[in-house]
Design a protein around this ligand. Structure first.
Ligand code: GDP
Ligand code: MG
Length: 441
């Protein structure tokens, strides 16, 4: 999927002028990606219209390619819908969590409490769920794991009473997170209950908790909860699963709110503030540039790769030698698995075939492997390092013997060089790659 969008963008790239057909192809691929990610049909249509209209009518700014122009428009239109993360003041506040049963409210309450306490605030949790058996125990356990105080009453059948008592109990805490009961489906009873709790608690913020796999029913839920308590933000849970969370966009769109947090696991630490860039990349099935840049920067801080050494211009000009391969591997090696790094580079994520061509275990650039390659390169002549294509079978044998490595090792390095060289020339015009290389350098 990512690769088909990539293909379509490549086609735009190949044209000097942006024509309707090329734009249509990109729009179709984006539609497919978004629908598969559970984004609401009418939202997809609205997005398509704006992308189409802008791509054809706006002049690409000087110095930008047709591909960049379209990609930027797609990105900007997506940002306009997705929005920034819901803002939280780091001050006293009460937060109400609403959502259907199993959406992840109780887990989220503990995660958020932990998040606030790591920000230096003193949070507490009030559990008002008297509907679900075991809700009290579950909530208590999660609160313990998050190391935050908790209030609930396993014997009560009065959620509003618990809410009132809990608020009194935690009068001196900075942030009170009020967890509520859900039902399997939207029911009048649920809506009435949460309205009552809301009026007692008087929250500064009400968050709607949605399972990432929620599809087209997100709109209906969002409307109902918005009417009942006013939705100020959305939490998407279970994004560690396969779902892409497009339903949350509908909720955000309809409640005119934003996404606050995402849940990425069952542990209290498995929570992240919402990152629009990453989310958009995910919806579109494209590489996550932000994550890449972060990791590149982190890696550069840790590694001692000489800033001067990795020259992006050179890497992209096709004047790419084995010496560059070594520097590149050194940089990537400190970032983790090479195939994962490649997935995060826009334009490379879709190059599945290129990745398939890489030697099987190459993905992991280990220290040991770097040592082997260093030895191989030390045994090569300057001529061979600058022109790897001239290294034939007899040279491979000589180098292997001279470096104490195997012919296999030497060939593997040459094979990797060829793959990288081809990738560089295919991506030659790609600004994303250039930018990423600049980051690395
Ligand atoms: P509630 O009924 O809305 O309170 O939902 P719970 O907090 O009890 O969560 C329902 C189930 O989903 C539990 O088994 C949780 O462990 C699980 N869960 C919640 N959030 C996440 C998440 O971000 N990732 C994963 N994998 N599981 C989650
Ligand atoms: Mg619960």
């Amino acid at each position: 999927l990512g690769s088909s969008l990539q293909d379509a963008l490549e086609k735009v790239a190949g044209r000097s002028r942006i024509d309707e057909e090329a734009v249509e192809e990109v729009v179709r691929d984006i539609q497919r990606a978004l629908l598969q990610a559970d984004v609401d049909v009418s939202l997809v249509n609205d997005l398509s219209d704006s992308i189409r209209e802008r791509a054809l009518n706006e002049e690409p700014p000087a110095g930008t390619s047709a591909r960049e122009h379209v990609l930027r428009i797609v990105y900007e239109e997506m940002v306009a819908v997705v929005g920034d993360a819901t803002e939280f003041e780091l001050e006293e506040q009460t937060i109400l969590l609403a959502g259907l049963q199993g959406s992840g409210k109780t887990t989220t309450s503990a995660k958020m409490a932990r998040w606030f306490s790591r920000k230096g605030l003193r949070p507490a949790i009030v559990q008002t769920d008297t509907f679900r058996p075991g809700a009290y125990e579950q909530s208590k356990e999660m609160a313990d794991r998050a190391e935050v105080p908790f209030y609930g009453d396993p014997d009560s059948e009065d959620p509003v009473g618990i809410a009132r008592e809990g608020m009194a109990e935690f009068e001196d805490r900075d942030v009170v997170i009020v967890d509520t009961a859900g039902r399997h489906a939207l029911e009048d009873e649920l809506v009435a209950e949460i309205e009552d709790i809301e009026s007692v608690v008087d929250p500064d913020m009400s968050l709607l908790v949605l399972d990432a796999s929620i599809g087209q029913s997100a709109g209906e839920q969002a409307d109902a909860f918005d009417e009942a308590v006013g939705v100020d933000g959305v939490v998407i849970t279970k994004l560690d699963g396969t779902a892409k969370g497009g339903g949350a966009l509908t909720a955000v769109d309809q409640t005119d709110s934003s996404i606050a947090f995402i849940g990425t696991g069952e542990e209290v630490s498995d929570v992240e503030r919402f990152d629009p860039d990453g989310f958009i990349s995910r919806l579109l099935g494209m590489g996550d540039i932000r994550a890449l840049v972060d990791r590149v920067e982190e890696a550069m801080e840790e590694s001692d790769v000489d800033e001067e050494e990795l020259d992006p211009e050179k890497l992209l000009s096709g004047d790419f030698t084995l010496r560059d391969v070594y520097k590149q591997m050194e940089a990537m090696g400190s970032m983790g698995r090479l195939d994962q790094v490649m997935d995060m580079i826009p334009g490379m994520g879709g190059m599945g075939d290129l990745k398939d061509e890489m030697p099987d275990d190459f993905a992991e650039v280990t220290e040991q492997r770097l040592d082997t390659y260093r030895a191989v390169m030390d045994s090569m002549t300057d001529e061979e390092l600058d022109n790897p294509s001239r290294v034939g079978a007899s040279e491979v044998r000589r180098v292997a013997r001279g470096s104490g490595t195997s012919e296999e090792d030497v060939r593997e390095l040459l094979e990797y060089y060829n793959t990288m060289e081809r990738t560089m020339s295919q991506l030659g015009g790609g600004r994303d790659m250039e930018r990423m290389m600049k980051k690395m350098s």
